[in-house]
Write a protein that binds this ligand. Structure first.
Ligand code: DSN
Length: 428
């Protein structure tokens, strides 16, 4: 990053500090992960210079031969990884992938049924302040008050009475396996299309650690950067009969030029996900989430649903003397990053919350295993139990930093070298 250092010292400095933050602290935000140096290289490549509106072989610009190779590889690899009939790799994000499906499947008078955001759904699943709840008439389903699990009979009843045109399955904060075949039955019964937003669990699905939505869903959307471990971005899988419509709605319907450097990075990460070791990493991700949840249960914490089937869980802090906002802040103070999160039927609001969401994907990518998860549960407990005690904070912070040093984020990458050196400022 020598050129950057010369040209823009402030941005160089911020990136340098972010490298150190990622290396020295523990990332437990469930939607985050570390991509590989190969993905970073593709993302940082000259492909960013190229306009390529259109699709391979049907571009509106000349000079697209090389980016055509890149996009075709991304599509073919994603098709193979997920067994999909058609793939669009151009959405800039998961939200844009979802928007393209809405535009392809619906017109504004249509109805959508998705998971309530306060029970773990996403903004784009029909939330009133999001386009999905503003353009379309939206209703939501949630989890059962006692079990905190999805109750497919109740969802079926809701679908029968609401008669949605599109049902959305998938969540941002639900720790149990989702039965996509049941959602398929519900959609079929009420004559709705089914969209599965697998953003959180895409890596687990690719790694055969979670039931596969592809056989049941008309559309499957995702991000690349969560459990899948790729670059920031989105993609869509769909049945062949929707291919033309989806492609039209992504471009020219919603987006202009695709980000070819990001599509290259997506292709690299799909290749990585097809390679040996990926399934094992995903198995370890689930094992780690379970071990961390159990470590907290053993220390007197309530975990929503009592455990997890995936990479995340929600810690219910109702029986503790701290809310989610303060827990997030005090954990950040010792170098552990989580996010405050509503728990189902939360009596607090989204600003303070009664819970925190904890994920294992990034820690697993660093090579941590079950025994490390128990250490982490211990630090979380110590920090949360004495949130305003400076001595505890200092002690836990030191232990976390020392521990992180044993699990480098980028083993073979040269990036931290020059970044960690202090050089003279080039600012005039
Ligand atoms: N913002 C993401 C998450 O944290 O779950 C969802 O898009």
């Amino acid at each position: 990053m020598d050129s950057l250092k010369q040209v823009d010292r402030e941005i160089w400095q911020a990136i340098k500090e972010e490298v150190e933050r990622q290396q020295c602290h523990l990332e437990l935000i469930a939607s985050e992960n570390y991509c590989t140096p190969a993905v970073l290289e593709a993302q940082g490549s000259v492909l960013t210079n190229k306009y390529a509106e259109g699709y391979p072989n049907k571009r509106y610009y000349s000079g697209c031969d090389n980016v055509d190779v890149v996009e075709r590889l991304a599509i073919e690899r994603a098709k193979k990884l997920f067994g999909a009939e058609h793939v669009n790799v151009q959405p800039h994000s998961g939200s844009q992938a979802n928007m393209a499906v809405y535009f392809a499947a619906l017109t504004p008078e249509h109805r959508v049924l998705g998971m309530d955001i306060t029970h773990g759904g996403h903004l784009t699943h029909g939330f009133s302040k999001n386009f999905s709840g503003q353009i379309y008439e939206a209703a939501t389903y949630g989890v059962d008050r006692d079990t905190k699990l999805l109750d497919y009979e109740v969802i079926m009843e809701k679908a029968r009475s609401f008669q949605p045109d599109l049902i959305i399955a998938g969540a941002s904060a639900y720790s149990r396996a989702i039965d996509f075949s049941k959602f398929g039955e519900i959609a079929e019964e009420v004559g709705a299309l089914l969209m599965v937003d697998m953003a959180h669990i895409a890596g687990l699905i690719a790694g055969k650690q979670h039931p596969d939505p592809v056989p049941y869903a008309d559309f499957v959307t995702s991000t690349n950067h969560k459990t899948l471990g790729g670059p920031r971005g989105g993609f869509i899988l769909c049945k062949a009969k929707y291919a033309a419509k989806i492609d039209q709605k992504v471009f020219p319907g919603m987006q202009g030029g695709p980000l070819m450097h990001i599509i290259a990075a997506k292709a690299v990460s799909f290749k990585e996900a097809l390679s040996d070791g990926f399934c094992e990493r995903q198995r370890q991700t689930v094992a780690n989430a379970r071990a961390m949840a159990q470590g907290l249960i053993n220390r007197g914490y309530d975990v929503i649903t009592g455990g997890t089937d995936n990479h995340l869980f929600l810690l219910d802090l109702t029986n503790k003397d701290i809310n989610g906002r303060d827990a997030q802040e005090c954990l950040a103070g010792v170098g552990i990053y989580v996010n405050k999160n509503l728990i189902p039927f939360d009596e607090r609001g989204a600003f303070d919350t009664s819970g925190i969401r904890i994920g294992s994907a990034a820690a697993t990518t660093r090579g941590m295993k079950e025994q490390e998860m128990d250490c982490i549960a211990g630090w979380i407990d110590r920090a949360i139990s004495s949130p305003w005690d400076e001595e505890v904070k200092k002690a836990v912070q030191k232990e976390v930093t020392d521990f992180c040093a044993a699990f480098p984020v980028y083993q073979n990458v040269t990036m931290p070298g020059p970044l960690l050196e202090e050089g003279p400022s080039t600012e005039k």
